[in-house]
Design a protein around this ligand. Structure first.
Ligand code: HEM
Ligand code: HEM
Length: 192
């Protein structure tokens, strides 16, 4: 849902994402990049030993944090319309961007859930920065845990591919089309 064009008394702020949306986007982007890096490094290290164990503790803690922030972000997204465009995008670009953002939301949800399936059903730890353990809502089941691992791994590749497309699309808007897409998320409206 995109907001209708603002009335003639519109300000620059009508054309950029709300500060809370921008904060959530950039904070979660950093957490997701760090979580991916930790997960990839840990996956190549010997099982059950340091430093894999500590890296995965941090990886899982970040994963749970991402899930909490995602709930807030989805709630916001359902209640508040996206800002209008000064120069609306053409139909195919708009559809491609909707599909890409929807896929990113689905993957941001699927990654922690499949990780939870893997670790929860496997009887592994479910930590949050050494402060407490998240409840284990699943029975201990090696088969289920294996499925979680397979899904987590496959989805990680899909996330990598969709993220690469997201970054390529942002670069195309910023450097080729030179439109307002990047400034909507940075909040720097002066360049328009
Ligand atoms: C948005 C959140 C998350 C992202 C982006 C993410 C991403 C990744 C990536 C890229 C890997 C390396 C590829 C692989 O072997 O699967 C990985 C591994 C792993 N992740 Fe996650 N993950 C997230 C959340 C979680 C959560 C919440 C848990 C558990 C509660 C978890 C548990 C694991 C484990 C145990 C591994 C090691 C896999 C192995 O050695 O085979 N992840 N994750
Ligand atoms: C350096 C990395 C990144 C850059 C430069 C970037 C840039 C942007 C920009 C410019 C927009 C605004 C598009 C618009 O208003 O039409 C946007 C939206 C979005 N981005 Fe990113 N992004 C990055 C990383 C990520 C990551 C890691 C994710 C999640 C996995 C993500 C998910 C989204 C989503 C879901 C939207 C739609 C707007 C919303 O609902 O918040 N982005 N991004």
């Amino acid at each position: 849902m995109t907001a209708p064009p603002p009335a003639s008394s519109s300000t620059d702020q009508d054309y950029v994402h709300h500060p809370a949306v921008r904060w959530l986007h950039w904070t979660m982007a950093i957490l997701i990049f760090v979580a991916i890096a930790l997960g990839v490094v840990a996956a190549y290290l010997p099982v059950g030993q340091e430093p894999r164990r500590s890296l995965l503790e941090l990886h899982k803690s970040l994963g749970f944090t991402i899930l909490i922030l995602l709930v807030v972000r989805i709630g916001w997204r359902l209640m508040v319309a996206e800002p209008a465009f000064r120069r609306p995008l053409d139909r195919s670009t708009r559809l491609a961007s909707r599909a890409g953002h929807l896929a990113l939301y689905a993957l941001m949800l699927f990654m922690p859930l499949s990780g939870y399936l893997y670790s929860g059903a496997g009887g592994y730890s479910l930590p949050w920065f050494g402060l407490f353990q998240w409840p284990r809502l699943l029975p201990r089941d090696p088969g289920l845990s294996h499925w979680g691992q397979v899904l987590h791994d496959r989805a990680a590749w899909v996330l990598g591919a969709v993220l690469a497309m997201h970054l390529a699309a942002v670069a195309w808007h910023a450097f080729v089309k030179r439109d307002e897409v990047l400034s909507r998320m940075t909040g720097r409206t002066g360049a328009d």
